[in-house]
Design a binder for this molecule. Structure first.
Ligand code: G3P
Length: 226
């Protein structure tokens, strides 16, 4: 399963890419607005940090299909390879998806809340669909269940579109989505940190250090192998 980071904060992207196996970055207009900075420079900087091989998903703000395609062309010029245009699932968005795919652009259909939205997005040619887990959970729906059924449908109909689950607020949601067989999640940097955290890990490390020190003091493994 792929882990992407859902942020446009350059420091956070740098840190996550330094420490974690990050497959790419996803943004949306809300995430970009939080940075309150030159949009074009921000995109160049994100690409510079993550390198050419990782995916960069950037959302259109246009509502009409022709304008969405124009934004795809403009964004591709800045973002380069491994670029996916995020298009919210509307009638114009579905039309734009087919147009973008026709021109060879990667497309992630986003703001997916139902199984049928995902299926139609896939039929329109989307490379990824992005269902929003926590926003479903917040309205007493079940985000994981929606993803589970999307996975089943895509398997049933041998659909190649991938699932990039988004909108997470805790580790449990990420884990349950992982268990559905969805291929990718995008999480904010705080959740990335929480994914690897467990207090018993730190207790274990403390014990290792104490036991080592009783025999070898402050010498490190490398010191003893000189
Ligand atoms: O990319 C979509 C995702 O960022 C939505 O997350 O936390 O705003 O529900 P959230």
């Amino acid at each position: 399963m792929l882990y992407l980071i859902d942020t446009a904060n350059l420091e956070a992207i740098k840190k996550c890419c330094e420490y974690y196996p990050v497959a790419g970055v996803t943004t949306n207009p809300t995430i970009v607005s939080k940075e309150n900075t030159d949009f074009k420079k921000l995109l160049y900087s994100i690409r510079e940090i993550i390198g050419a091989d990782k995916m960069l998903h950037v959302q259109t703000t246009a509502m009409e299909a022709g304008e969405i395609l124009n934004e795809a062309i403009a964004l591709k010029n800045v973002v380069g390879d491994n670029f996916y245009l995020k298009i919210p699932i509307t009638k114009e968005g579905i039309k734009a998806t087919a147009m973008c795919k026709d021109k060879g652009f990667g497309v992630t259909m986003t703001a997916i809340f139902t199984q049928q939205q995902a299926l139609i997005a896939a039929n329109a040619g989307a490379d990824f669909v992005a269902p929003y887990i926590n926003r479903l959970d917040n309205i007493v729906s079940d985000g994981v269940h929606v993803v589970e059924e999307i996975v089943n449908m895509f398997n049933m109909y041998d659909i190649k579109t991938k699932i990039l689950a988004a909108s997470f607020k805790n580790v449990e949601q990420v884990h349950k989505v992982a268990m559905t067989g969805a291929g990718a999640v995008t999480v904010n940097p705080d959740i990335f940190d929480m994914l690897i955290y467990h207090p018993l890990t730190y207790y274990a490390i403390d014990d290792f250090c104490k036991d080592w020190e009783t025999v070898y003091g402050d010498k490190l493994v490398a010191d003893l192998l000189k």
